[in-house]
Design a protein around this ligand. Structure first.
Ligand code: S3P
Length: 429
């Protein structure tokens, strides 16, 4: 059990948040299937991305972890070899869903498992279209859950309308599509993060995007390159909200990724009245935009978050819920059913844990409503991350404005995406 810092009176300083998790995963994957050397700087050495790295080592790829960079010695798609071991993705949904797309095209057998949370997360969203392309996949409950087995090869391109707005499913199909016979066309419901599309181009491949339609040809080859991973806006989000809700705060976040498919939180915070300045530091030829963000104590008002905005801030909803407890009026979050199938059911875990601290928050079928402004307190309250890194970080930020002692169970889950979270936070106090 971890005792959290409470009742703070200010927050100042500068933070370099760790590298983007989504981009770090993809840098290993593209480095592994490319020909030649790939050097990755500012890679996120969190548990999720380390699991991706270990899976590719098991598939025969040589990867060096240096002090300042990761070096991947890719030998092309054909360089991947059958693993003697079961591939363990730990807590990482991105690892399992994206690697399935790669393995779908490889003519050998693989087994995949993860932790208890992964064992509850739906996999048919990826396995159904991959089977349609020709992969042989099975698993518990007819292929819905891990453990999964896959034998790939001989894929054919398909046209597929994504039934959910999911970058993980889109990316898995792109990885399969670049190995298939013919063309693969994916039609999204709403625009989701496009890191895979950008990285296909960065590694010398081709992908066409036209509105919500993404198309790739099969038989592509990639060339190793250098990748700079910008800071993770999903990690920066905890400090953005902390500075906005704490008095006497001014925090600068350096080199944060500003890909427009990820910046929904900035748009929503500005709409709610947050004092945010963005200094665009987009460098020449950067494949992912990034910049510095300055945020100060703010007067906030409630808002409605729905529709196309949801995929642009899906991972930030727990911390936005906390922000809304400190805004005047009601905030409504809807069209966010996907929250139910994240690391935890985040509608349940957010509502349950923030209620314990005195928030006025109610679950709905596709989101939540929060009415503020509420003083958060708790009387020696114990909250839990339930093993979900983002719930853990949200609760640690909530505790900062609590009037009484707060303790957290399963705080170690935070290492999934932000191992130095508490060190960075304490530096600002
Ligand atoms: C991710 C996509 C999102 C996000 C997850 C990372 C990715 O999931 O929630 O944390 O790296 O592609 P979905 O695509 O399943 O919504």
């Amino acid at each position: 059990m971890k005792k959290l810092r409470t009742n703070v009176s200010g927050l100042t300083g500068t933070i370099h948040v760790p590298g983007d998790k989504s981009i770090s995963h993809r840098s290993i994957m593209f480095g592994a299937i490319a020909e030649g050397v790939t050097k990755v700087t500012n890679f996120l050495l969190g548990e999720d991305c380390i699991n991706t790295l270990n899976c590719f080592r098991s598939l025969g790829v040589e990867i060096e972890v240096g002090k300042n960079e990761i070096v991947i010695y890719g030998q092309g798609l054909a360089g991947l070899t059958e693993s003697k071991d079961i591939l363990n993705v730990g807590n990482s949904g991105t690892t399992i869903r994206l690697i399935l797309g790669i393995l779908a095209g490889r003519p050998f057998h693989s087994c995949l498992i993860g932790d208890n949370s992964i064992g509850r997360r739906p996999m048919t969203r990826v396995t159904t279209p991959l089977k349609e392309m020709g992969a042989v996949i099975d698993g518990r409950n007819g292929g819905e859950f891990t453990p999964l087995s896959i034998r790939g090869g001989n894929l054919r391109g398909i046209e597929y309308h994504l039934p959910v707005a999911s970058a993980q499913v889109k990316s898995a199909l792109l990885f399969a599509g670049i190995q298939a016979d013919g063309t693969t066309t994916i039609i999204e419901q709403a625009k989701t993060r496009d890191h895979t599309e950008r990285m296909i181009r960065q590694f010398g491949g081709k992908v066409e995007t036209n509105g919500l339609t993404v198309t790739v040809e099969g038989g592509q080859r990639f060339k190793g390159t250098d990748v700079y991973v910008p800071g993770d806006i999903s990690s920066a989000a905890f400090f953005l909200v902390a500075a906005a809700i704490i008095q006497n705060a001014e925090v600068t976040l350096k080199n944060v990724g500003l890909n427009p498919t990820r910046t929904g939180i900035l748009d929503v915070m500005k709409e709610m009245g947050a004092d945010i300045t963005i200094i665009d530091r987009n460098v020449n030829n950067a494949h992912e935009p990034f910049g510095d963000i300055i945020v100060r104590s703010s007067h906030l008002k409630g808002t409605v978050i729905e529709g196309k905005m949801i995929p642009r801030l899906i991972d930030e909803i727990p911390i936005i819920a906390l922000l809304a407890t400190q805004a005047e009026g009601t905030t409504v979050i809807k069209d966010a059913h996907e929250l139910k199938v994240k690391e935890t059911n985040r509608i349940d875990t957010v509502v349950r844990e923030l209620s314990k601290l005195g928030a006025n928050i109610k679950a709905t079928d596709d989101g939540m409503t929060i009415t503020g402004k509420t003083t958060l307190g708790g009387d020696r309250t114990t909250v839990s991350s339930f093993g979900d890194h983002r719930i853990g970080m949200m609760l640690a930020i909530a505790a900062l404005i609590c009037t009484d002692d707060v303790y957290m169970e399963q705080a170690d889950a935070i290492a999934v995406s932000y191992p130095a979270f508490f060190t960075d936070l304490h530096q600002l106090l």
